[in-house]
Design a protein around this ligand. Structure first.
Ligand SMILES: Nc1ncnc2c1ncn2[C@@H]1O[C@H](COP(=O)(O)OP(=O)(O)OP(=O)(O)O)[C@@H](O)[C@H]1O
Length: 687
């Protein structure tokens, strides 16, 4: 950044003073909120109202107190004075920050929340369409600033009213900054295409196919924050799903830094886990269990439990009388309810109610009316429960699945015309207990249990689910996600080129159908914010080999370095490579096939390095197996023996593509074996 001239110096000084004012106003807001909590506690209202009010006030006070330390604004917009061009904002100026700060209640806020509708102009305006803006200002703060006004060191104005396109230095510096620690929010530098996705209407489900580093994860998390803003912060109703713990740790700070702490962030496996995983399936068994045809098999297995033909006459004692209902009407009721295929438990209740209504009709014949309460008691009586046990027995997912997997006859019936004999054979588990109690479950079984559970009763749902790395979800996992968003919307993020699971999606329409969101529009992002041109060029060489119809990632960034080095023993060469990498700023990721990664961890620890966990916050060097690299990024990436990474799994080339695209600045490939063909001939490069 060039040193500021005098005029710039004055403007900077004014902005620092303004920042001081915002800081004071924020302190007053915190005091005010605390005072309201105390007053609220003294006010006597009805118990329930006081509770709700008190909770709201306490949450607001806590939220303000816990606002992350940092600069209070990152941008400013000045609307043109002509009315019309700027909607209701003509002639107004607003600072833009991560949270709203207000001074006097009668005056406009000192800082507007980046999610407020007025801020659309801040992110979307361009010289072609300034959206009413005369000037857009971006602020440059010292790296890691905790919000001291003196840390405001630069600003950059774009005169949109004069058709001036921004120099974008501050944005470029933010994008290229060396990475340390976990992922950060991008509220200050959201790009127009990203903003359009983030601000899409809440009910709209989106699908984003984005090349590596195009900001999919960032978009998903900011969309979550945007939806919470419009929704009075009902955080519990929002779910973020990611591939593994390392990734979740990597993204853990983003939503809190935007002031949103109540969002559940987990993996699909953890979200659906009814039991710990204590069994393992073979590859073929796993494949069949994740196949969408299993949904039909399970549906049939559950419904074979309903047996209208087993109905027996019902006799209900009623004082001195015996009320009788014949087997046939009960069978008819059960068959009728089954035909509508409601949720299993709902159906069961419906049958009980209808049978009770028959009993009531019988009771009322000649003996006067009965109340609804009486009928409800009958519906829940032991006699009716006993009749139900025959025609519509209670079911748990565990019973249904245990019986299916241990009973070839039942399986044959449920899978007829759906699964081949061979597929059925791999499902039947040798020695599996016929009963749910004591059964051991594999990861794939948990997906099946979730499917059955969803047929029995409705799972707790979310208003919105952000699914990251969605290309890796199996059809059955997609169904589990869809069930939880039955009344909500989805943000589906992924990259077909990075699919590494056996069932990785080949196209988006297929996956969206399993997610129940055929209508979602697929937006393609190809501009990479992570990769410098030299790294992108190397990774793009793999793309034609990955069996996907995608454009290569484009990088607007120079400054990257690629070094491809043939060495005698890559593992031992890593020590020197790490030492060299540590001379430059930023994080270092060493990525290798799992066995080599384990050896490297020992080697580097013995050499005195303190290693960080994947996605962790401590330490500059992380050693990770290729399987744990998804979604992560490091300034300097050292890839050890690509051929071994490719060999380690069926979709090894896709894995290598993931690994090569983790580098923000420098990529160092160490190999002894020949490189995979697509990379052969790759030479060291500087972008
Ligand atoms: N508008 C932006 N301003 C600054 N940084 C950005 C912007 N968009 C994305 N980034 C940064 O680029 C990097 C890559 O973003 P992100 O992880 O969201 O990409 P991705 O598409 O999910 O990548 P992958 O598929 O490889 O996991 C992150 O460090 C993110 O903070």
């Amino acid at each position: 950044m060039p040193p500021p001239d005098d005029a710039m110096h004055d403007v900077l000084q004014q902005e620092r003073t303004y920042h001081d004012r915002c800081r004071a106003a924020l302190a007053a807001m915190v005091d005010g909120a605390d005072r309201q909590v105390r007053t609220g506690e003294d006010v006597s209202a009805s118990g329930a109202d006081a509770e709700v009010l008190g909770h709201g006030l306490r949450s607001r006070a806590k939220e303000l107190r816990e606002m992350p330390a940092g600069p209070l604004f990152f941008g400013r917009m000045e609307f043109a004075p002509e009315a019309g061009a700027a909607g209701g904002h003509a002639g107004q100026a607003y600072h833009v920050g991560r949270a709203r700060i207000s001074g006097e209640p009668t005056e406009p806020p000192l800082v507007v929340d980046w999610r407020a509708p007025v801020c659309r102009a801040f992110y979307q305006a361009g010289p072609g369409d300034p959206l009413g803006l005369a000037v857009r200002r971006r602020f440059g703060w010292a790296a890691g600033s905790l919000g001291d006004s003196a840390d405001l060191t630069a600003l950059e104005d774009e005169r949109l009213d004069a058709g001036q396109a921004g120099g974008g230095r501050i944005v470029a510096e933010e994008i290229e900054r060396p990475r340390t620690g976990p992922m950060r929010d991008i509220a200050a530098t959201i790009q127009p295409g990203q903003d359009a996705l983030i601000r899409a209407a809440p009910a709209v489900s989106l699908c984003v196919q984005g090349a590596p580093g195009t900001g999919k994860t960032a978009v998903g998390l900011h969309r979550a924050a945007y939806l919470l803003y419009g929704d009075g912060r009902r955080g519990g109703s929002l779910l973020v799903l990611g591939p593994d713990r390392g990734f979740l740790d990597h993204i853990a700070e983003v939503l809190p830094s935007l002031g949103e702490t109540g969002v559940r962030q987990t993996t699909v496996e953890e979200e659906i886990a009814r039991h710990p995983v204590t069994a393992e399936d073979g590859r073929r068994t796993t494949a069949v269990k994740h196949d969408p045809r299993m949904a039909e098999v399970l549906r049939r297995a559950l419904w074979t439990r309903v047996r209208p033909e087993r109905a027996t006459p019902l006799v209900v004692p009623d004082g001195a009388r015996r009320l009788r209902v014949g087997a046939e009407p009960i069978a008819r009721i059960a068959a009728g309810v089954r035909a509508g295929e409601p949720l299993y438990d709902v159906g069961r209740e419906r049958v009980a109610e209808r049978v009770a209504a028959l009993v009531r009709a019988e009771a009322e014949r000649g003996c006067g009316p009965r109340t609804d309460g009486w009928t409800r008691r009958i519906a829940r009586s032991r006699t009716v429960a006993a009749a139900l046990r025959e025609v519509w027995p209670r079911a748990t997912p565990e019973e249904v699945l245990a019986e299916l997997l241990s009973g070839p006859a039942l399986l044959a019936e449920a899978a007829r015309g759906v699964l081949s004999q061979a597929e059925q054979a791999v499902l039947v588990r040798a020695g599996a207990p016929r009963q749910a109690r004591g059964a051991r479950w594999s990861g794939a079984d948990l997906v099946l249990l979730d499917e059955v559970a969803g047929l029995i009763e409705r799972p707790a749902g979310y208003r919105h689910i952000v699914v990251d790395e969605a290309q890796d979800l199996s059809p059955m996992q997609c169904r589990a996600v869809a069930r939880r968003a039955a009344h909500g919307s989805l943000t589906v993020l992924g990259d077909l080129a990075q699919g590494t699971t056996p069932w990785a999606a080949a196209d988006w329409p297929g996956l969206l159908a399993h997610l129940g969101r055929e209508e979602a529009v697929v937006t393609r992002l190809t501009e990479g914010f992570r990769l410098p041109a030299a790294v992108a060029e190397l990774a793009n060489r793999l793309l034609p080999e990955l069996g996907v119809d995608l454009e290569p990632v484009r990088s607007p960034r120079g400054g990257g370095e690629v070094r491809v080095e043939r060495v005698a023993t890559p593992v031992t060469s890593v020590l020197a490579a790490v030492t060299a990498a540590l001379r430059r700023p930023g994080s270092v990721g060493v990525i290798a096939a799992a066995p080599a990664a384990a050896r490297l961890r020992e080697l580097l620890t013995a050499a005195g390095h303190t290693l960080a966990r994947p996605g962790g916050t401590q330490g500059r060097v992380t050693v990770l197996p290729a399987s744990a690299a998804k979604g992560l990024e490091y300034d300097h990436v050292i890839v050890v023996e690509p051929a071994e990474i490719v060999r380690a799994e069926p979709r090894g080339l896709h894995r290598l593509y993931v690994v090569l695209t983790r580098a923000v600045s420098r990529l160092h490939v160490l190999h002894a074996e020949p490189l995979p063909e697509a990379l052969a001939g790759a030479v060291s490069a500087e972008g």
